[in-house]
Design a protein around this ligand. Sequence first.
Ligand SMILES: NC(=O)C1=CN([C@@H]2O[C@H](COP(=O)(O)OP(=O)(O)OC[C@H]3O[C@@H](n4cnc5c(N)ncnc54)[C@H](OP(=O)(O)O)[C@@H]3O)[C@@H](O)[C@H]2O)C=CC1
Ligand SMILES: O=C1O[C@H](COP(=O)(O)O)[C@@H](O)[C@H](O)[C@H]1O
Length: 486
Amino acid sequence: MAALVLFGGGGDLAMRMLLPSLYFLEYDGLLPEGLKIIGAARSDESRDDYVARVRAAVEGKARADDAWTDEAWARLDARLDYLPVDATDPASLKPLKDRVGDGGVTSFLAVSPSLYGRIVTALKAAGLAEATDRVVLEKPVGRDLQSFLQIDDAVAHAFSEDQVFRIDHYLGKETVQNLIALRFGNTIFEPLWNSLSIDHVQITVGETVGVGDRWPYYDEYGALRDMLQNHMLQLLCLVAMEPPSDLDPDSVRNEKVKVIRSLRPITEHEAERVTVRGQYVAGTSEGKPAKAYSEERGQASDTETFVAVRVDIDNWRWAGTPFFLRTGKRLAEKRTEIVIQFKPVPHSIFDHGERGHIAANRLVIELQPEEDIALSVMNKKPGLDQRMQLQPIQMSLSWGQGDKGAKPPRRRIAYERLLLDALAGDSTLFVRRDEAEQAWKWVDEVSDAWRGAAFKPKQYAAGTWGPQEADLLLERGGRAWNTGHG
Ligand SMILES: NC(=O)C1=CN([C@@H]2O[C@H](COP(=O)(O)OP(=O)(O)OC[C@H]3O[C@@H](n4cnc5c(N)ncnc54)[C@H](OP(=O)(O)O)[C@@H]3O)[C@@H](O)[C@H]2O)C=CC1
Ligand SMILES: O=C1O[C@H](COP(=O)(O)O)[C@@H](O)[C@H](O)[C@H]1O
């Protein structure tokens, strides 16, 4: 690959995530030799000004991680360039094509998704969609199935599927990949990984931030389309999928798509029982007063900033084991976790009141703020009590704690893994067209059900875990959201 072109290379995503990731890859000596990195946007900015902005964006992050060296920066600086282009206009792309030559270009579209269709068409016309070229698309691709198909048809007209890399940055997170290792690198979990042993699964992505300046985008999408359609369904797929026969991109994605196709549709009639929509009102977030969403937006809105759903997967492995998903802005904590709640023992031999209580085993896969996998098991309390007393203990399977005293590995930005894979042409951790299509189909059904049932968001105070209906969603089945850490 001769060049990586960041369309929208001066924007928020590029400056906060992509360019720092590229610096860290450079620091670790992982970028392909000779790769040029070109920022491309409409602003008439000089190379020097652009590079100075990149340095300002990268240096603080790298120093905070104790990973800044002048040598690594000099190597990245030597690769960097900037070209003012309107990516929707083939004529404007001509100088870029001349600059990168024929050695293969990866075009990363860090621009508004509304431009994707026109940009890929222009890339093809400008000779930047040849067999050796690739395109990386940020989420969200589309706002519903119809708009997704419209954009993706244009993409398919310019690039073949193996040249297309649809990013879901959650798939680049270390613990998400560790989930694959846990499930398929060990024998002990697989026999238990089904509805015979697992009572239910919870997936929580809690954020403390509000929508803030992003509301023009967010108000059109809401939590269902911004988070559930992509990140949360991807996590669900990795928990629920059958073992793929190998780690080939298509083997893994074939299994994921089967899961999405097995999601039980949510009907208008069911919407109230199995889904919760919420929107934050004023409250206290991380010790500070927080405005209501409608105040941030400047007027009332029916967009949900919180969603919780009971998802049933209609297949042999998961029949009878619900998956509960919840995500929202301005929640009580920034916490992302997957909880595998095992069934209780069928009969307790320690049944002497509270002291003999047996908590069912629980596997907690924490992605944020810490990265850890912890299994809770019951254990005997040490001592000579006549009646044996039990206590739950947490067994941490954390990857960082292997060598005692050794510095844990630097926590990588998810985009590091994904950029490296896109440059190498490995699409295992990217979303295939049919996966995105099926996910939009299911999400459209949820959205239609909400519309049909005139289902408005319930209010919740900023700094809480969402509307109380989200608790009821589990309480109805005698369950509760995980509140412990681990
Ligand atoms: N920011 C984030 O945290 C996240 C962003 N995303 C996605 O990433 C993408 C980019 O988001 P974000 O960085 O926030 O957006 P920004 O608005 O900050 O940046 C967009 C960039 O696109 C450039 N641009 C606009 N039109 C054109 C054009 N015709 N040709 C070339 N460049 C153009 C703009 O520069 P100029 O005006 O100079 O052309 C600007 O640099 C979106 O798809 C978003 O949904 C996804 C997840 C998180
Ligand atoms: O894609 C998105 O993800 C972020 C949350 O990402 P995380 O890695 O910090 O968990 C979310 O804030 C944003 O709304 C959404 O577009």
